[in-house]
Design a protein around this ligand. Sequence first.
Ligand SMILES: Cc1cc2nc3c(=O)[nH]c(=O)nc-3n(C[C@H](O)[C@H](O)[C@H](O)COP(=O)(O)OP(=O)(O)OC[C@H]3O[C@@H](n4cnc5c(N)ncnc54)[C@H](O)[C@@H]3O)c2cc1C
Ligand code: SF4
Length: 550
Amino acid sequence: MTRPQVVVIGSGAGGAAFAWALADAGVQVQILEAGPRYDPLKDYLLASNGWEQQGFPAKVPIAGRQTHAPLQLLENRWADLRSWNHLTGHSLASDRRSFLAYNHVIGVGGTTLHFTGESHRMHPLAMQMQSRFDVAADWPFDYAELEPFYVEAERLIGVAGPSDPGVRTRSAPYPLPAHNLSYASQKLGKGCRKLGLSWTANPVASLSRAYDGRPPCNYCGNCTRGCPRLDKGTADLTFIAKALATGNCTITTGAYVLRLLAGSNDRVKAVVYGSTRRQHRVEADYFAVACGAVETPRLLLNSSPAGSSDGLANESGLVGRNFMETLFWASAGLHPEPLGSHRGLPSDAICWDYNAPDAIPGVVGGCRFSPSTAEADLIGPINYARRVVGGWGRSHKTSMREQFGRMLAVGGIGENLPDERSFIDLDPNEKDAFDLPKARIHSHLAATEIERLDFIAKTCRRILAAAGVKKVIEEYGSYDAFNATHVFGTCRMGTEAKTSVVDSSCRSHRWRNLLVTDASVFPSSGGGESPALTISAIALRAARKLLHSI
Ligand SMILES: Cc1cc2nc3c(=O)[nH]c(=O)nc-3n(C[C@H](O)[C@H](O)[C@H](O)COP(=O)(O)OP(=O)(O)OC[C@H]3O[C@@H](n4cnc5c(N)ncnc54)[C@H](O)[C@@H]3O)c2cc1C
Ligand code: SF4
């Protein structure tokens, strides 16, 4: 390709969808992706001996790319929210919250390669948190405006979901029928019903039937290790493959974008990316940054126009602010019956009953619950040996035979409201291989967040007990650990230039040929909805709006 019309930086849930929508409309797109491609058949080695220990086989290390400021001190009154295991005690010894990881993937398809595949639409009220509940910020459009783009994203990804839409009204059914629930998930469902709670099929990007040239799921349960079967609708297999097939899109891998270069007339003129040997410059008419909610603000802050040190598109001062993370909790225990819980689709069911922003008594912001045995990594013998069974020799073997497949875990994820103490800035001391400051993560859980987490933890325990688990043996959550999988908010979209970074079409209020098309634009996090589908829907909408200008 010669000079592209649009450069897209990053190929995750947002960048990939945005690139596809433009390429499909005939626009010449170049994607610059810092990481490599993954070959599901060669890279996701679930049939190898070491499958359980390898986790997601990241080709570019995830740890160490960002730094973090000291996290908050833990309080005795929330001792019940410490992570623990019945064999080893407290999982984290520190009296401060510990930084474990910002779990993102550098590669074609971004973090969707690692994701579980939950494909949620936002609760309509969770997009109006300021006007209705006096917290966070309103989205600059409503659910009805985003709905057609949800339909399109679900069709392109291949989402399997239930026929009853609940409050998330739909103009078309899911492209695929919901998966049947695993036996273990049905047990949790019985527990929920005893408590008067609902338990329905979770919409997921794992195929329940062959679709679009890909086979159906085989229920191996290893989605977060990378799906070797190709049925999980990751961005590389869906949006990127389709974008490349148009002939209008190219992707440059190993292209780590270092900075955007501001030109005259409030327009960005080029990007500079580094590869192993040298730096390259690419000019285009439009630039979309989609590096995820931590690396996108970093790139903008590292791209100050001449004469400024505030970063690019930061006229509001909000680039990096309003950082929201994953507020989560999981409780796990041994069930008296053999459940075969080491197999089955992770998170195949969901309880939405507390998802509305006003559903949790006394705290604004919702949450939801789903099975989390696979996400807790309790599906293989090594984790059973280390975390469940304990002991040595013959008694260990006997217990292992008795207990394997009986672990039952339920997890909850909740709203995380923006807080002025949670933000991303540039680390003044630590730099990367290109001598650029790393992103520094500041995270603080306010009292309201901990109260919401406390409700989530107590409800997980109630669900497990009602499902027949007599003794909880392990729990973990975000009270004592930053271990974020969903991150948002650091380039908020909104109607006012003073209070947001981009407008409702994801374009910078000032730099009109600059867009942000990833999770950074979320004005609020939602009540535990997994974000990838919404990120893609927002990106599709932004691309369609941009077509009016191209
Ligand atoms: C274990 C796990 C489970 C999850 N489960 C779910 C789930 O079930 N459902 C769900 O909806 N979400 C889930 N998520 C979250 C979801 O994957 C992310 O929210 C989503 O992928 C974020 O999309 P994004 O476009 O904002 O960023 P990403 O998908 O992270 O994409 C960012 C891209 O930018 C590239 N990049 C970064 N910096 C640069 C640079 N300087 N130059 C060039 N390229 C760059 C990266 O390589 C990457 O390709 C999960 C996440 C994890 C870790
Ligand atoms: S459970 Fe299904 S989607 Fe997940 S890795 Fe296995 S085959 Fe793929």
